[in-house]
Design a protein around this ligand. Structure first.
Ligand code: ZN
Ligand code: ZN
Ligand code: ZN
Length: 148
């Protein structure tokens, strides 16, 4: 059975005049099973864990298509690598990024959401999207540096 996500992707692919291939489907299914923020590199590795069939360029292009279809959003942390996370059914959130171990903590803040709305109203700015990342050291990495 096809999931809602597969249907959205299929419709998007058709609207662009491309065809939905087995390889693209495999990349999509693999992505839908992820829970973290995955880079193209990560996706390439996971997709080809069992059998090496899908090329890097295909994985790259498919991830872009998945983002364009609205199922994923691209986020860039301090290392400059584009990562993808699920968008459908996800609440708007921001990230705390540990620059030491790379851990990413997601958080929601109604106070920040309100602040964003205030700023938009003040400058009469119509936003299409935004990302907000706070960089620093997670709790574990802080105690590590304290211990020497
Ligand atoms: Zn850390
Ligand atoms: Zn996230
Ligand atoms: Zn926000």
């Amino acid at each position: 059975m096809r999931s809602n996500e597969e249907q959205i992707f299929d419709e998007y692919i058709r609207s662009t005049g491309l065809r939905e291939t087995e390889q693209r489907k495999r990349v999509l299914k693999t992505f839908l099973a992820t829970t973290e923020h995955v880079s193209v590199e990560d996706m390439y590795r996971i997709v080809n864990e069992k059998s090496r069939k899908v090329g890097y360029a295909t994985v790259y292009r498919t991830m872009k298509l998945i983002a364009e279809s609205g199922l994923a959003v691209e986020v860039v942390f301090n290392d400059g690598i584009a990562r993808f996370e699920h968008r459908l059914g996800r609440k708007h959130h921001h990230h705390l990024v540990c620059t030491n171990c790379g851990k990413v903590i997601e958080f929601e803040s109604t106070a920040m959401d309100r602040g964003e709305q205030e700023v938009l109203a003040k400058y009469k700015f119509r936003q299409t999207s935004h990302h907000y990342e706070i960089f620093g050291f997670c709790r574990e990495c802080q105690s590590e540096s304290r211990d020497g």
